[in-house]
Design a protein around this ligand. Structure first.
Ligand SMILES: [Zn+2]
Length: 309
């Protein structure tokens, strides 16, 4: 019978070890993440730069209304993890994707299914009766939580350990990335708050609650919404009331998101004789670089400060 020599056993053991390490690293490198919205893709990238992150939506889309396309099902089927908003933001499409993807890793209750809204306090739950014609009402509270950098920080602190649980080999790296993210964001929050001081106590007319948490953070008051109910397009009667309100107490700005129909806001700012007060902001990050989240807040704060007389 042939027995391997001692040096050969050592060589084989070394080979097996290095293969195991390579496989472990290979797994870490190959972590595939399905993000429902671009802000969570950006955050996941910040915490684990080696992850392959796919965003199901982009900044010109309304995350309430996404078609459950076959390409999205395929992406979710191949994902190790999904990072979404929750609080029913994706109620119209994510459950269908989860069912069709039949991937056990990203079903509700699994470590691979992360909902940001589970880790922050939500405001303004819709108290009215919900019918099929109710629009995109926020029954559990406003789900657009990423527009508050403090809530974003809380989500990052919850997402980092979840990522580390799924890719233990990357834990040290994720911890370092989180620390760096926290330091940068803390400094930036201070700078943004300083810059936005003139906005405190001012009023805005909005469309939908996309920036609700931004107003809360910066101390702005949303006095009217161009939507009569969340997700319901403005009616002539509702617009007339909004104009009346805005004439009585002129708002600092009329702020809509890039994915909204701009016509109601254009009409209102035109009627008020202040077209320069109309501000169109992206409702989320517009790129996927490591600075995307910071750049988005920079843009929003600066744009609002520009229109504050
Ligand atoms: Zn909404």
């Amino acid at each position: 019978m042939w027995w391997p020599s001692v040096p050969m056993v050592r060589t084989l053991t070394k080979l097996a070890l290095s293969l195991a390490i390579t496989l472990a690293q290979g797994h870490a490198l190959a972590l595939t993440v399905f993000a429902c919205e671009p802000e969570w893709a950006a955050l996941t990238h910040s915490l684990l730069p080696s992850a392959k992150v796919y965003s199901a939506t982009h900044h010109l889309q309304d995350p309430h209304h996404i078609e459950a396309r076959p390409s999205l099902i395929a992406q979710l089927r191949n994902a190790d993890m999904a990072v979404c908003t929750g609080a029913e933001l994706e109620a119209g499409w994510l459950p269908m994707l989860q069912a069709k993807a039949s991937n056990p890793k990203i079903q509700n209750g699994q470590p691979g299914m992360f909902y940001a809204a589970d880790h922050v306090t939500l405001v303004n739950p819709y108290k009215g009766k919900v019918t099929p014609y109710s629009g995109d009402v926020h029954v559990l509270g406003n789900p657009h939580v990423h527009a508050d950098p403090r809530r974003l920080m809380a989500v990052a602190r919850a997402l980092a350990p979840r990522l580390a649980a799924i890719v233990p080999a990357e834990k040290a790296r994720i911890d370092r990335q989180l620390q760096q993210f926290e330091t940068t964001l803390t400094d930036k929050i201070q700078a943004w708050e300083q810059l936005a001081k003139p906005l405190r106590g001012r009023s805005v007319v909005t469309q939908h609650a996309n920036f609700g948490y931004l107003w809360l953070w910066l101390g702005l008051t949303p006095v009217a919404d161009l939507e009569p109910k969340p997700g319901v397009p403005p009616t002539p009667a509702h617009l007339a009331r909004t104009l009346e309100l805005s004439r009585a107490a002129p708002p600092m700005a009329i702020v809509i998101a890039q994915h909204h129909d701009p016509r109601p806001a254009q009409w209102l700012s035109g009627q008020l004789g202040t077209p320069q007060k109309m501000v169109v902001l992206p409702a989320t990050v517009t790129s996927d670089g490591p600075e995307a989240l910071f750049a988005w807040f920079d843009l929003m704060v600066n744009r609002l400060v520009q229109v504050a007389p």
